[in-house]
Design a protein around this ligand. Structure first.
Ligand code: SGN
Ligand code: CA
Length: 520
């Protein structure tokens, strides 16, 4: 009897020894262009690059619905929005659903969630969690704990989330079990409030403008004309760019009691006094330039773009430090050897392309998301993977890595054979996957992007803005910036008709029964 027990214990320990720890780091609105492993023009992110150098960088990873809560629900369930129930940022997630953390917990993992959650119901399936209320705040950040208490901390959100994650690893981890840790940053989400030390660095920099910064709406469709995510028109001077209202009241015609002024005061007052004074000085330089130049049109856009990038990238710099702290701890504690580390974002983000900020569109800038994975001994260092992968694949990949059978109700595919170099393309029912499905629903908040759906292949993309009954078709090889809608182009009609049929087939295959305009 005793022998049997010892053998069972040994078996349990050895099966756990084979199960990797998994750290899933997801930031909010972090575009791949703001990671130097993807693009060196804007920022150096040496720590994120370490993951790429030790592991695999995916160049074609996409989301299925480019906003926050839907992607988070997809990561938990491996399902598209219409099946997991979260199509927008406002519907509470049904915590009774079977999810990735629950399946990992059943397989012997300690499961932990720290940081942004944004699913409007309390987390389930985690042995330990502490989350930001809603979007959370950069300064004077509050965290909700498992007993439903809310505590306000006097630290910067990115550092706070990192400290909480490291604190769990150092003090609460049960070394006899593998762990699954989700560390979800708030940064670099709007409204971008950086740490002073990084604002000092980035406020002195000038960034290259994207070729489409001054894009015009001429020749563009209804969706393009209707959106409200323009840096020039919709990004606010006080709340987004932190310019003291005293410098712009006459320029922007702000009423002293406007939301913008109230918002500005709330942000500023949340920053600890020692930093606030210097930060206000830096932001005041912006105000002085506005007073001096009184810019309008493209001249104003030029300045706003630079200030936007300074703040956004300064927020990213703190996230990179966070990643470095975590990787260092894994190295020091000897955990690196058996820990899979994933870095991603909940979607891409417009950094001035088309003159925009925000996301939502099925266009590549926002449909694309960074994905870096390191897993020592399994992934060949510095690998680059170009096949089409999607957020629906994340849960199956982590389950498969943990030796857990992927439930057949998940839409995604395990990427493990890709990570280990056994395959080069994800296989769907024995066939290489050729296209990804996308559907965006939320309207009109916050940015008036009209609902649409479509499919993306390696070379072509078809989008249907069904409330406007307008189709768009792009040849991504010839036009990677998606500036030329070819839907009426005679030379592409064969491809367009093929893809229209494919869209219906894929919509049905994923059991999306909600009609979309002429598509049933
Ligand atoms: C906030 C932002 C929007 C953003 C949404 C959704 N406005 O409402 O610009 O699109 O969040 O973002 S803000 O002035 O309050 O920052 S998401 O990442 O949660 O989907
Ligand atoms: Ca987001």
């Amino acid at each position: 009897m005793i022998y049997r027990l010892i053998i069972l214990c040994l078996l349990a320990v050895s099966s756990h020894a084979q199960q990797p720890n998994i750290i899933y780091i997801m930031s909010d609105d972090h575009d791949a262009d703001a990671i130097s492993a993807y693009n060196k023009k804007f920022i150096a992110t040496p720590n994120m690059d370490r993951i790429a150098k030790d592991g695999m960088r995916f160049t074609n990873c996409f989301v299925g619905n480019s906003i926050c809560s839907p992607v988070r629900a997809t990561v938990l369930t491996g399902q598209h929005s219409h099946l997991n129930g979260i199509k927008d940022n406002h519907t509470p997630f049904d915590g009774s659903k079977t999810t990735l953390p629950k399946l990992l917990k059943d397989a012997g993992y300690q499961t932990v969630l720290i940081g942004k959650w944004h699913l409007h119901s309390l987390p389930t399936g985690f042995d330990y969690w502490t989350v930001l209320p809603g979007q959370g705040a950069y300064y004077s950040t509050r965290l909700i704990s498992m007993n439903n208490d809310t505590t306000r901390y006097n630290s910067y959100a990115t550092s706070l989330i990192t400290d909480q994650a490291l604190g769990w690893l150092k003090e609460k981890r049960d070394p006899s079990k593998p762990f699954f840790l989700m560390m979800h940053h708030k940064a670099p989400h709007r409204n971008w409030v950086p740490e002073l030390k990084w604002l000092e660095v980035f406020s002195k920099k000038t960034f290259p403008e994207p070729p489409t910064l001054y894009a015009d709406t001429v020749g563009k469709g209804t969706a393009f004309k209707h959106q409200r995510m323009s840096i020039l028109k919709d990004m606010t001077l006080c709340t987004d760019l932190k310019i003291d209202p005293q410098y712009i009241i006459d320029i922007a015609h702000l009423k002293p009691d406007s939301n913008e002024i109230r918002g500005y005061n709330a942000f500023m007052n949340a920053i600890p006094e020692e930093q606030r004074k210097r930060m206000k000085e830096i932001f005041a330089e912006r105000g002085k330039r506005l007073q001096q130049l009184k810019p309008v049109g493209n001249d104003l856009l030029k300045l706003k773009y630079q200030w936007y990038m300074q703040d956004y990238l300064a927020c990213v710099a703190s996230v990179d430090e966070s990643v470095g702290q975590l990787l260092n701890y894994l190295d020091e504690s000897g955990l690196s050897g058996n820990t899979m580390v994933i870095y991603t974002s909940d979607q891409g983000f417009y950094l001035g392309e088309n003159g925009w900020f925000d996301k939502r569109f099925m266009y590549d800038v926002s449909m694309h998301t960074p994905l870096l994975i390191k897993w020592k001994g399994k992934i060949k260092p510095s690998s680059v993977q170009t096949s089409l992968v999607q957020t629906i694949d994340f849960a199956p990949t982590m389950l498969d890595a943990a030796g857990v059978k992927v439930p057949d109700w998940m839409n995604g595919l395990s990427l493990n054979s890709i990570l280990t170099g056994k395959q080069n393309v994800p296989m769907d029912i024995g066939m290489p996957r050729k296209e990804l499905y996308y559907r965006y629903y939320e309207y009109p908040i916050d940015h008036y992007v009209i609902p649409h759906l479509g499919i993306r292949e390696k070379q072509y993309k078809l989008i249907y803005f069904y409330t406007a009954n307008e189709w768009e078709f792009y040849d991504l090889k010839a036009d990677p910036q998606e500036q030329k809608n070819l839907i009426g182009s005679p030379q592409y009609q064969v491809e367009i008709n093929r893809m229209k049929m494919k869209l219906v087939e894929v919509k049905n295959r994923y059991k999306d029964s909600e009609p979309a305009g002429e598509l049933k």
